[in-house]
Ligand binder design. Sequence first.
Ligand code: KG4
Length: 333
Amino acid sequence: MLILGIESSCDDTCAAVLSKERILSNVLSSQHQIHSRYGGVVPELASRQHLQSIHLIVSSALEKAACTLDDIELVAATQGPGLIGSLLVGFSYAKSLAAVKNIPFVGVDHLAGHILSILLHEPKPAFPYLALVVSGGTSSLYLAENYTSFQCLGRTRDDAAGEAFDKVAKILGFSYPGGPQISRSAEDGNCEAISFPRAWLASDSLDFSFSGLKTAVANYVQQEKEHRRKLHYGNICACFQEAVVEVLVKKTLYAARQYGIQTVVLGGGVAANFRLRSQMQKACSAVGIDFYCPELQLCTDNAAMIALAGWHAYRENGATHLDQDVYSRSDLG
Ligand code: KG4
């Protein structure tokens, strides 16, 4: 079974071809250069760029997989959550291909893709596992029971972790996306130099909150500027990053204990953060929990995870009707 996956929920145009769970091609066209000067994604520019890229990217994915559309047996595309204009480009393109070629079509929840992306390479965890999905739009904890059944145990009440990275980067004058720059700058800093707050919420809560932390960084920077003190970017980044990572790690471990789960998995763009990966690994090892983290290119948005999630959704529930529309918010949280 050859599956064509298409992802266009935000600012990356992605296409991939999978043979069941094996990646034959995984192609991405990033729009970071277009949006970097605005400090975040401009929805109108994103959808226009998707329109320009989608055909080239899909053709490139087919070519790299050494196949043609005639070989494809299932088309999967991200249905939501995301920016409506961006989603519509990939979703409509995929539906058209499926209709013209008379191939089954399946709409995929982007978050299901992130939860399952760890299954695209060895070693693969067994179900059930706990998935922490942290990206620009999501910070949620899921109990993944199987390929299509996910229970949301906690979610952010305000900013997502990646959004906090991007907003703090903007405060510091870094370009978008801010996560990679903050983690690079943090390497030169002391993560104990500044005390930034951690939002634990209620003692048994598995929800997250990062907007107070972002405000604390903004206030700190403002005060330092008022006192004409030179900003130590490395220290600010290291301390901010530590505050995010500590909350993510402790709440994930708490959830694993509460639900008796022995396997923890990361997903989403922030899962590319080395401090998060290493601290989660350390915390899991200390209590005998197995920890799995996707390869870097499978952490951020990609179409291989959409093809994989689509294949399993199709096997479980069949095809998605072509009159279905995209959605901006997901039931998965
Ligand atoms: O999953 P993703 O590619 O897109 C969606 O949001 O769906 O995630 C992008 C997010 C951005 O907020 C970016 O700043 C963050 O992931 N990110 C990182 C790192 N690399 C990407 N955050 C922290 N550390 C990183 N190394």
